[in-house]
Design a protein around this ligand. Structure first.
Ligand SMILES: O=C(O)CCC(=O)C(=O)O
Ligand SMILES: [Fe+2]
Length: 315
């Protein structure tokens, strides 16, 4: 099936498609020199004995484990905050705040300034379970966050493609009990499966081309298929942004009570900041090392897991 893609100049059509389907693809949005710069710095860190990152799929601090084909098994959470690895973190940031991307965000959100609240890197598909991002993070008022999935290579159909369930953003939204610290995650996974069953939604997969970017709504159900052929990587970045005049949902109670704006840091693009101060990035990056060692000594497991292989009833 051919995929509908837009050019960044088709502003009205982009917004209309996003509002009605809950996602939109803009082709060739990210230029290849930024992608190349990222891939070069990635090749360096992935072979480092000292590189520790927080794994997005298993929710644990991890060292790169390479497949026989040379791809990192785990996905990275917050690669733009790994400031102990400056060049790598900067190369991620330069992709995620590219002017072409912020132009697209403005078309979708109507805002001229945005805050990036999360980012991820996948070398290969980790088979992400079906979910609505709203359960994990969103803007406050909710529903205004915009997520983006960046294709860093031509993605093969068997690479474990990212997928969305078009129109699912218009259905029921599953809320998180914000005090639960994700202890209701298993219930959430079941509730999403019920929604999919009841809504009889189509799964639309995206074997996108290098530089294409897919934007989706925080209520849209999405995930990724399991890799079907270990020769194919699925190099991709993702990021979640909210309009700068709004707040974040589920923000820590203390800062919500004080009504203080969350700390943010500047980026190379004046219209985007990133949640968390410069100092926070060094602290969190250093904590990955401490937690990595302490988990190793205590045999501690994750709070929750994003891989479909960990949920036996998932396909
Ligand atoms: O790329 C994936 O496998 C999942 C990414 C995702 O769900 C997200 O960034 O919100
Ligand atoms: Fe997601």
């Amino acid at each position: 099936m051919s995929l509908t893609k837009f050019h960044i100049t088709e502003k009205a059509a982009i917004k209309e498609y996003y509002d009605s389907h809950g996602y939109v693809v803009i082709e060739g949005l990210l230029n290849s020199s930024k992608i190349l710069n990222f891939l070069n710095s990635y090749e360096k860190i992935k072979h480092s004995k000292f590189f520790v990152f927080f794994s997005q799929d298993t929710h644990l601090p991890t060292q790169p484990k390479l497949t026989p084909e040379g791809f990192i098994e785990n996905s990275m959470l917050y690669p733009a905050s790994l400031k102990l690895w400056r060049k790598f973190a900067l190369s991620v940031e330069e992709c995620l705040v590219d002017e072409s991307v912020t132009n697209a965000l403005t078309i979708l959100s109507g805002a001229s300034n945005h805050v990036m609240m999360q980012n991820m890197f996948f070398d290969k598909s980790t088979g992400t379970i079906e979910h609505q991002d709203h359960y994990y993070l969103d803007s406050n008022p909710p529903g205004q966050m915009v997520a983006a999935w960046y294709s860093l290579e031509d993605i093969h159909e068997d690479a474990g493609c990212f997928f969305v369930l078009p129109g699912s953003h218009k259905g029921k939204v599953i809320e998180r009990d914000s005090g639960s610290n994700f202890s209701d995650h298993d219930t959430f996974v079941k509730q999403i499966n019920t929604l999919i069953h009841e809504g009889n939604y189509e799964y639309r997969s995206f074997p996108l081309k290098k530089g294409d970017v897919l934007f989706w709504h925080p209520y849209t159900i999405h995930g990724a298929h399991t890799n079907q052929d270990p020769r194919f990587s699925r190099k991709s970045l993702t990021a979640h942004y909210y309009p700068a005049h709004l707040q974040t949902l589920y923000s820590r109670k203390a800062s919500a009570d004080r009504k203080t704006a969350p700390k943010t840091r500047k980026t190379v693009n004046p219209t985007v900041t990133i949640l968390g101060s410069e100092w926070d990035t060094y602290v969190s990056n250093s904590l990955h090392y401490l937690r990595f060692i302490s988990n190793h000594l205590r045999g501690r497991g994750p709070d929750y897991d994003m891989r479909r292989a960990s949920y036996s009833e998932q396909k």
